[in-house]
Design a protein around this ligand. Structure first.
Ligand code: ADP
Ligand code: MG
Length: 355
C-alpha cells in the first residue's frame, strides 16, 4: 500500500512538473532542517513556491527560537532561569506568552495522567544522564541517589501560577518539557501555516507530526516506524490521516543507553525513578499534537497492564502500542486508520473500544 502510494505521488509530481502552466511547479515541496534536537521535515502540497519558501524560513527560525527558550539545560533558556528561581525559593515572572501557556497546559495534562506525565522530574532525568545531547551514562545511577530525589516528591502540581508569576511550594521541582514540547511546537507551527493560507501540509518534528488537509486527492499516509527495523522493513504500519490530525510517537529507541545487556530508555517512571521497560513505542492520533505527545509519554509509563485504563482516563481516541516482544496492542478505532503490510502482519491484541 505504502509503495503504491509513493509511486502514485511520484507520478503526480512528474505530471505537474511537466506542465509549464502550473504555478505550483511541483505539487509537493519538502524541506528538512535539524532543530529542536531533532530532524524537522515540513511538507507542503499545492503551495506556490514563494509562499512555501516563506513558510520554510518562518518555521525554521521559530523552532530555533522556541528551542532556545524551552531548553531543559541550555544556560540561555528561560526554563533554566525558571528552574533556578524555583530552587532558590523565589517567584519568577514569565514574560513569554508561549512559555506561560506551555507551563499551564502541562499542569492540566499532568493531572489528567495521574502524574505519569510529570514534567517536574528534571532532576531525575538529569541523574539518568539525559540532560546531555548524547546520553552519557555507562551505568545506572546509585539507588540511593534515585531514592533521595523520589523522597523530595517533585510535582508540577507544586507550582502556583498567578497571572504570569510562578511560585513553587517545593524547591525540588525542576521542569523539563522534553516529553511534550515537540508536540506543542508542532501545533504552533501548523497555526503559522494556516495563517499563510496553506491548506495541505505536514509538520514533522522527529516523529511528532501534524497534518493539514490532504495529499492531493488522497489522505496523507504516515509511516509508523518498525520497532525492530531492518533495511527491508522500516515501517510497521501506514496511518491514513487527513484534515487536522496529529500522529505522535514516543519510542524507547530514541535516547537510551545500554548496561549489562539492559536497555535504559529516556522515559522515567516518576513513581519509581526508573526508566520504563515494557513498551517499545506508543503512537497516539489526536487533533492536538500537544495532547498526543503528553499522552504518548504517559502511556509509555503506564505500561502494558495499565495503558488502556490510562488512555480511557485521558480521553485518548486512537492508540497503537508495540511491546518489547514486538506484539502490537491497539484499540478498534485505530484499526480503521492503520494499514499493515498484508504479508507481514504482526501479532496483535485488540483492546475494548476507548470511547
Ligand atoms: P520523544 O522525545 O522520543 O518524543 P517523549 O515524548 O516520550 O519522547 O519524551 C521523552 C523526554 O521527556 C525525556 O527525554 C525527558 O526529557 C522527559 N521525560 C522523561 N520521563 C518523563 C515523564 N514521566 N514525564 C514527563 N517528562 C518525562
Ligand atoms: Mg511525549
Amino acid at each position: 500500500m505504502l509503495r503504491k502510494f509513493i509511486l502514485a505521488s511520484l507520478i503526480s509530481v512528474l505530471l505537474v512538473a511537466c506542465n509549464p502552466q502550473n504555478p505550483y511547479q511541483e505539487r509537493q515541496q519538502q524541506q528538512q532542517f535539524y532543530v529542536f534536537g531533532t530532524l524537522v521535515a515540513v511538507t507542503l502540497w499545492d503551495v506556490p513556491k514563494q509562499t512555501a519558501d516563506q513558510a520554510f524560513t518562518d518555521i525554521m527560525h521559530s523552532l530555533q527560537a522556541l528551542h532556545k527558550k524551552w531548553h531543559a539545560w541550555d544556560k540561555s533558556s528561560q526554563v533554566v532561569a525558571l528552574n533556578q528561581a524555583i530552587a532558590q525559593g523565589q517567584a519568577y515572572t514569565i514574560e513569554d506568552e508561549s512559555l506561560l501557556d506551555l507551563l499551564t497546559q502541562a499542569q492540566t495534562l499532568a493531572a489528567k495522567s495521574d502524574y505519569l506525565f510529570e514534567p517536574a522530574i528534571g532532576k531525575l532525568i538529569a541523574l539518568w544522564g539525559f540532560h546531555q545531547d548524547e546520553p552519557h551514562l555507562s551505568e545506572p545511577p546509585a539507588l540511593e541517589a534515585i531514592e533521595k530525589l523520589l523522597a523530595e516528591k517533585p510535582s508540577i502540581a507544586d507550582l502556583t501560577i498567578e497571572g504570569n508569576v510562578v511560585t513553587s511550594s517545593n524547591p525540588a521541582v525542576q521542569l523539563d518539557f522534553g516529553a511534550y514540547a515537540k508536540g506543542y511546537a508542532v501545533d504552533m507551527m501548523v497555526e503559522k501555516l494556516k495563517k499563510l493560507d496553506i491548506e495541505n501540509a505536514i509538520v514533522n518534528a522527529g516523529g511528532n507530526l501534524k497534518v493539514l488537509g490532504k495529499a492531493g486527492e488522497r489522505p496523507w499516509m504516515i509511516g509508523v516506524r518498525h520497532p525492530f527495523p531492518t533495511e527491508e522493513k522500516s515501517v510497521l504500519a501506514a496511518v491514513a490521516v487527513e484534515g487536522e490530525l496529529s500522529v505522535v510517537t514516543s519510542g524507547d529507541y530514541e535516547r537510551y543507553f545500554e548496561f549489562d545487556g539492559k536497555h535504559y530508555s529516556h522515559v522515567i517512571d516518576p513513581r519509581t525513578g526508573q526508566p520504563t521497560t515494557q513498551i517499545r513505542s506508543v503512537t497516539v492520533v489526536d487533533e492536538s499534537a500537544t495532547f498526543a505527545d503528553a499522552a504518548a509519554t504517559a502511556l509509555m509509563v503506564a505500561g502494558i497492564e495499565n495503558w488502556y485504563a490510562m488512555a480511557k482516563k485521558m480521553g485518548v481516541r486512537y492508540v497503537l502500542i508495540v511491546d518489547q516482544a514486538g506484539t502490537v496492542h491497539l484499540n478498534p478505532a485505530m484499526i480503521d486508520l492503520a494499514q499493515f503490510q498484508k504479508r507481514d502482519l504482526p501479532k496483535s491484541v485488540i483492546s475494548e473500544p476507548l470511547i
